[in-house]
Design a protein. Sequence first.
Length: 336
Amino acid sequence: MINPTYFPAPDRYNNGMKYRRCGKSGILLPEISLGLWHNFGDINTFANSLSMAHYAFDKGITHFDLANNYGPSYGSAEETFGMIMKKSFMPYRDELFISTKAGHEMWPGPYGDWGSRKSLMSSLNQSLKRMNLDYVDIFYTHRYDPNTPLEETLQTLVDIVRQGKALYIGISKYPKDKAELAYKYLEERDIHCLLYQGKYNLFNREPEEEGILRQAKENGTGFIAFSPLAQGLLTDRYLNGIPENSRIAKGGFLKKEALTDEVLSKIQALNALAIRRGQTLAEMALAWILKDDLVTSVIIGASSVGQLADNLKAMENTAFSAEELESIYQIVKLLR
């Protein structure tokens, strides 16, 4: 059967999605963005990937976050998204905010990794072909490269914008001191750093504790959080152990060693608090990240439309009382 032509929901901007200004810029991002790290690779069915992309856009998610090596296998998430663009999204390209990155291993040899000019330029050219795009909305250097002069990496980002291959640029996972250098270098060349992308969740508050959140705000840069559910730990999936079809059981990035008795007790205590708030643990974990204006957007991963729908409910209640926040900090043993 041939799938019918896709027409997005007419009320996609009036059905509950909220948007936040990205630093000092004209860009508004949805509070929840869709990440394609997992579940959009060539080991996944295209029909499911297509359904999730359609549902996301129908619900006002305009930001789709990719990287050159997302899959699995490497590059296949971008290829999947390229097919979605060609099949469904091309007429709505100007409504979409599409990101990709380079800086982690992509192909063999010395130029398929890290942050050299050759690596970044080559990777972006490949990404654009895979995604059937003339440009991306934002291109990130995916991690700080200690072996390449920072000026080389940053000047490449400047040139990418000036060549029209990306409208904006961003940095991901940079140490605070290197991020400060990046903000200044780029600003001096009239290329504002739009976004800092960092891992941030109830179990990993480093962006907050190290001052990266505040630093981004002071530089007029937005902050976008990835891994908000700690790869699934901050959900109800592991409340009673390790399910057979879970990421831990499959032996992916999340290892069995991560679910210690101490972590399990924290998950159970947080879940009890979430229930008292009328939320699932995942909803509360996402809402906690969105509780103030230091975060522009949260990138979620989803394996089904149902999971995506559940995560979107987090936006319904992002307010926390002082007592709730204190309880959370006590539970995770990260006291203010």
